[in-house]
Design a protein around this ligand. Structure first.
Ligand code: CA
Length: 229
């Protein structure tokens, strides 16, 4: 069950939201103050979305919680709960890193629809990131097995693709020819280590601006190769 933080200082609204989240299949984590919300986020790193009431008693308001979440590098979904006459809050809320806002009073259906939409969007992003490996100007897409440099598609053979994947998954790591041969051609491949050099030479022609002075796929003399500067 996906965890959702509910920061709301009015007990009635909070329990109304909590009941509706449970009904929609979410696991609500409650907080009454900004400080409690930050503590809950620390204790529950698997919270995927936060509902933040803007106006709160005490030092830390909803905007501040939002700002701190984003400052920590977290990409969880954030929906601000604002009162009707706080038009300006909406704008500021989105500028402090919130994904969406819901104006009070809201219906359970409206809130659930917003949450579902944001959860779906976050899921799509996570899926996208999970099959893309990025390094400098390169993006390797492991789902459709393609490589782009500066947003331009480079045509690779399957062996070259596998080499790129191995290197980009191990940035900065010196890899011996033997390791590379085993990883790309398989344990039982009986070919020579020279096969590695030949394919790396071809790959460099495709990915390097100057293949004779490689910038990305560099030689580790007397050992093998590495990805990195
Ligand atoms: Ca409030």
């Amino acid at each position: 069950m996906k965890k959702i933080l509910v920061l709301e200082d009015e007990p009635n609204i909070r329990s109304f939201v909590v009941i509706n989240l449970r009904r929609s299949g979410y696991q609500p984590i409650e907080a009454e103050t900004g400080m409690q919300a930050l503590n809950q986020l620390e204790e529950n790193p698997d919270i995927c979305l936060a509902l933040l009431d803007v106006m709160l008693e005490g030092g830390i308001d909803g905007f501040e919680v939002c700002r701190r979440i984003r400052a920590s590098g977290s990409k969880i979904g954030i929906i601000m709960l604002t009162a009707k006459n706080q038009e300006i809050d909406k704008v500021t809320g989105l500028m402090t890193g919130a994904d969406d806002y819901v104006t009070k009073p809201f219906s359970p259906a409206e809130l659930t629809a917003r949450i579902d939409a944001l959860v779906r969007r976050l899921g799509d992003d996570a899926e996208k990131n999970s099959f893309e490996i990025t390094s400098g100007p390169f993006v390797l897409n492991t789902r459709n097995r393609t490589l782009e440099k500066d947003c331009k598609r480079l045509k690779l053979t399957q062996i070259e693709y596998q080499l790129m994947k191995l290197f980009m998954e191990n940035p900065g790591k010196a890899m011996s020819r033997d390791d590379i041969l085993k990883a790309v051609w398989g344990e039982n491949f009986s070919g020579e280590l020279k096969t590695v050099d030949v394919n790396i030479r071809r790959l460099r022609i495709k990915i390097e601006s100057d293949p004779t002075d490689p910038e990305y796929l560099t030689t580790v003399w007397g050992f093998g190769y590495k990805w990195g500067y």
